[in-house]
Design a protein around this ligand. Sequence first.
Ligand code: HEM
Length: 531
Amino acid sequence: MLSHPIICLLLVLFCIITLYIKILKHNDSTKKPNKPSLPPGPKPWPIVGNLPEMLANKPTFRWIQNIMNDLNTEIACIRLGNIHVVLVTSPSIAREILMKQNAIFASRPSNWSSEHVSLGYLSAALTPFEGQWKKMRRLITNELVSPVRLQWLHDKRAEEADNLVRYVYNQCKNGSALVDIRLAGKHYAGNLIRRLIFNKRYFGNGREDGGPGAEELEHVEALLILLKYLFAFSVSDYVPLLREFDLDGHKKAMKEATNTIRKYHDPIIEERIHQWKNGTRTHQEDLLDVLISLKDATNNPLLTLEEIKSQIMEIMIATIDNPYNNIEWVLSEILNQPKLLQKATEELDNVVGKERIVQESDIPKLNYVKACIKEGFRLHPIDDFNVPHVAMEDTIVFNYFIPKGTHVHIRRQGIGQNPRIWKEPLKFNPEKHLKNDDRPSLTLVDSNLETFIFGTGKRGCPGVTLGSTITIMLFARLVHGFTWITPSNEKIIDLSECVGDTSKAKPLVALGKPRLAGEVYHKMNQMKNIK
Ligand code: HEM
């Protein structure tokens, strides 16, 4: 006979084992066969996640490209500190995130760089999803880039397009000359946005040939530095305790750049507000006047001084990089395939002729020109990563679990070069955008996100019309106004990318020669130097 305590012990053991089996069974039954997991990715370390690999594999975007190629996936997840970062190269997943689940993914990350540039989240593009974003987004859409406003600003844009031709013409008017296309593109876009906002091309005395002065060179470079370091996978964005140490130097570079920009912007903005207050200015001439004159429901100024400064800095940043980078790549690609350059030139000659220069009103008829530009955006976006979005709640995307707080980076180049979507993805061929498009006038809008240009949804670009116009006019004026050939010491244009980003490693310098009737240029050369 077993003694009483042993029976008790056996009974307890039996209960424990039964309970354990029950728990196991329960877990098994609750484990649905397809319980969503995170998207695939490298196994994260405890606490730091994949930060060690990120730091050991610079530049980060190439490390991420390699991870996704190795895993053969169009969606991946890495963990940086305690933040999940999801990467996407599939148009259908991008549509799910930016269209179907748009409301969930409408926020932006909070980090030092975006807070710094937006002067504490006062502007639209960088501000997480909340009231301030709504206020500034509405204002941009309704007051700064509405069709009526863009019409009002037409003549300023036309003068800057004329100044572009004047600047290039002054370099090659005695025959032909080498022209730095990157420089010309940067400064056309910089002049144009300064003109729309401040009614100024030059902060200083400018240059007689229409080119940039030292101040404009400094201004545009500072804006591009901010872009370079915004959302640039700085380690302190994921481990805020490290912010003070500025381990990668991003903070120092960004502070210097904002100081430079504010050195030019702030006195103009402050003086202008003063003029409106003391009644010496009563007539709106540019977007700064518009911003100052906006009123709230109680007829008080809608915007504070800091809101105006922040929104102006953001629009300056948003306008310059895409157009010049696109045109530099497109011209490089078609210099290497002269038949394409010839086709674009023929279209311009057919639509415009050679007695006048191309104008914005010609744009609807320039489908081949626009197809070239779209193809440039597909192959060579300025940055692989779109501005990041943040999931505001837990969700499921294509059967993957995406936790609240995840940063989503849609990879523009990954989408544009996705071999499942595009035949011969690495070949520059504008016909790709003409084949399936029977609309009478092609646009640069990327509605199915197979070429990721402006994005879509709540955080999609509000500057589509202005951005398209600037880019198309830059390309059309250069190709219509001048003959371009590869410099004699280069067989073909070197199409290598920078190691650290997607820009062209070497600036494009091409041999340009005027190709229109002489009076066309002379008229522009007589333009006053607008300061
Ligand atoms: C060719 C030129 C341009 C391109 C390719 C472009 C592209 C983009 C892209 C891809 C986004 C992010 C979309 C997303 O988050 O999913 C964006 C956002 C934005 N863009 Fe543009 N853009 C251009 C020109 C402009 C211009 C001229 C303006 C001036 C008003 C502008 C203002 C903005 C703003 C304010 C946002 C942020 C929207 C938000 O977060 O609510 N962009 N742009």
